[in-house]
Design a protein around this ligand. Structure first.
Ligand code: IPD
Length: 274
């Protein structure tokens, strides 16, 4: 098995971070600040990130770090880089809504190699290593085999910072309400992607996500037999802020529905407003 030590270290880092997050959640006395419009940070995010970075850099001092709260980057270095979201779902966490996770991925030569998402409240540990399948709490997982969009459950995230696409989102939302079993918005994209990987959702789409939200969940989906692309059906989803994921049939359905509802420039990522 490849990346055995990396997987061992990343599990240790996530479990320690999850303990830190749970301590803050139980105290309910954490601070909440705004980084930007509707963009929350708590001291639990910072404490979780510090814990993860300490464990990873002690084990792999040469590796680069791209982390949501301390070391954001807009492109990947050539070598090894750990992409870290210390709490994905900070808004949920800040409101005591129990759906938030730790997301950590190791990318090497611009390709994902190791991925972990730990949903804290349920202690659901999703892991994947390139070429070796995806697992939930040690059991192999696979994307849904349901190819019928009309019998599918779709995950998404709603825009909350960049609101210029809200009307198009609502158009799409209406079509999906009419054409599927329903749409869910758990509020933690990394875990949403894992819900595709283990077959709870047939598909997922969102606009405005960052690299740390999608770096781990996407490998977990691919290793579970699913497809991940940007809205153009290409591979610019890590920094491109647009993602579609799912089993092959529902991925293709979502791609078509998105192209019916958003104008071409938005699908093609020709303008991104923050
Ligand atoms: C957020 C969550 C949310 C998604 C947002 C993300 P954060 O991540 O993944 O589901 O809709 O776009 O920013 O800020 O809690 O790490």
């Amino acid at each position: 098995m490849k990346y055995t030590r990396e997987l061992e270290i990343v599990k240790k880092a996530a479990i320690e971070a999850s303990k830190v997050i749970t301590e803050y959640a139980e105290r309910t006395s954490f601070t909440v600040e705004l980084k930007g419009k509707n963009d929350l940070i708590t001291d639990a995010d910072v404490a979780s990130e510090n814990k993860i970075i300490k464990i990873i850099t002690e084990a792999f001092p040469e590796d680069a770090i791209l982390a949501e709260e301390s070391s954001q980057k807009t492109e990947l270095p050539q070598g090894r880089v750990w992409i870290i979201d210390p709490i994905d779902g900070t808004t949920n966490f800040a409101h005591g809504f129990p759906a938030y996770c730790v997301s950590i991925a190791l990318w090497e030569q611009k390709s994902p190699k190791v991925a972990l998402v730990l949903e804290v409240a349920r202690q659901e540990l999703f892991t994947a290593v390139e070429g070796e399948g995806a697992y939930l709490n040690g059991t192999s997982i696979h994307v849904s085999e349901n190819k019928d969009p009309s019998a599918s459950l779709i995950g998404t995230g709603f825009p909350y910072r960049d609101l210029h696409l809200v009307d198009d989102y609502l158009k799409l939302f209406k079509r999906l309400m009419e054409k599927t079993h329903g749409v869910r918005r758990p509020g933690t994209a990394a875990w949403d992607l894992c819900n595709v990987a283990c077959g709870r959702f047939e598909g997922f789409y969102e606009y405005g996500l960052s690299a740390w939200d999608v770096a781990a969940g996407s490998l977990i989906i691919k290793e579970a037999g699913g497809i991940v692309t940007d809205w153009k059906d290409e591979s610019d989803w890590l920094f491109g802020k647009r993602i579609i994921a799912g089993n092959r049939a529902v991925h293709s359905f979502l791609k078509n529905e998105i192209s019916e509802c958003f104008n071409e420039a938005d699908v093609k990522n020709e303008k991104i407003s923050e």
